[in-house]
Design a protein around this ligand. Structure first.
Ligand SMILES: [Zn+2]
Length: 314
């Protein structure tokens, strides 16, 4: 019994403890508020970052070079430097004029082809990749026009007409297609490449080192299929990122099924990375003409393989 403290003491003690508890509670509340504020700030930062990233990611990947041969090498900086949102097209003749465009006929496979590009009737099958350069003089005879008035992007005329028809057909089925990148001049590609190379020179690299480093970020001028005017990066307004997730959109599914009817092939299929040297790009289509597109798609081959086989037959 004597172990109990006097009643007054215990009252005082209780009050002291209650006060301490209240202080602790207040402290905890304050900490919680601070924590919540920090969380909100972090969230805001993340959202801001995502918005920024989306801006970067809407650029093309395949333009960024041989480094794309492995699926891990997608580089954001590469995309952004290789194709700024304004695009090569902004400097050229692109003025939105959907009126005249939409009246044009569907481009038939090889018929209209021979009159337009860099040479014979098979010019639509011209190979451009990391190892094969755009033929000399190609751009001298290349005619381009705006293929999508909403973005102002251009394609070789024959491909632009086909794209317009394809876009209209998709729209009739409730699918919105959007050309986010088309023709890029070699000159524009060169300016991108030079700027990237200069960055590496400024860091004290040798000419050769700078060249090789730049190559991993920006496609060497003349080695991007977009230089040909026959390559189209197609997205949909609701999903403008050039990423693998685009492949799951209605637009990608529609393209996968119908693009060959308009002369376009999926240029970098998922299972052909080792051959194309480019990662799976569900947005990148290549115009080859309707007959070629149907034949290539039916064969299950990528363009490199298809051309190899046809050369062997010839
Ligand atoms: Zn592309």
């Amino acid at each position: 019994m004597p172990s109990y403290p006097p009643r007054e003491m215990s009252e005082a003690e209780r009050r002291r403890r209650a006060a301490a508890r209240a202080r602790r509670k207040k402290e905890i509340r304050r900490n919680r508020i601070i924590f919540a504020i920090l969380c909100l700030a972090l969230l805001a930062l993340i959202v801001f970052g995502m918005v920024k990233l989306v801006g970067l990611f809407t650029k093309d990947k395949d333009s960024s070079s041989g480094s794309t041969s492995s699926s891990t090498s997608i580089s954001v900086s590469g995309d952004s430097t290789s194709e700024p949102a304004s695009g090569s097209e902004s400097g050229s003749t692109s003025s939105p004029e959907s009126g005249s465009a939409s009246t044009s006929e569907p481009a038939s496979a090889t018929g209209t082809a021979a009159t337009t590009g860099g040479g014979g009737a098979d010019w639509l099958l011209t190979l451009v990749n990391n190892n094969v350069k755009l033929p000399d003089g190609w751009e001298d005879t290349l005619e381009t026009k705006v293929a999508d008035s909403s973005t102002g992007k251009e394609l070789a005329t024959v491909a632009a007409d086909a794209f317009i028809n394809m876009k209209n057909a998709a729209a009739a089925e409730g699918v919105d297609l959007m050309l986010c990148s088309g023709y890029r001049s070699v000159e524009y590609q060169q300016s991108l490449f030079d700027a990237e190379k200069q960055k590496w020179l400024d860091k004290g690299n040798s000419e050769e080192e700078a060249y090789n480093q730049a190559k991993t970020v920006v496609a060497v001028p003349g080695y991007s299929e977009h230089n040909s005017g026959l390559a189209a990066d197609i997205v949909t307004p609701k999903h403008q990122n050039l990423d693998e997730a685009f492949g799951k959109t209605d637009a990608a599914k529609w393209l996968f099924e119908h693009a060959p009817e308009y002369g376009f092939i999926l240029r970098y299929p998922e299972n052909k990375q080792a051959i194309t040297g480019i990662i799976y790009e569900p947005w990148h289509y290549r115009y080859v003409g309707v007959e070629n597109a149907k034949a290539i798609t039916a064969s299950g081959l990528c363009l490199e393989e298809y051309l190899d086989e046809n050369l062997q037959k010839a």
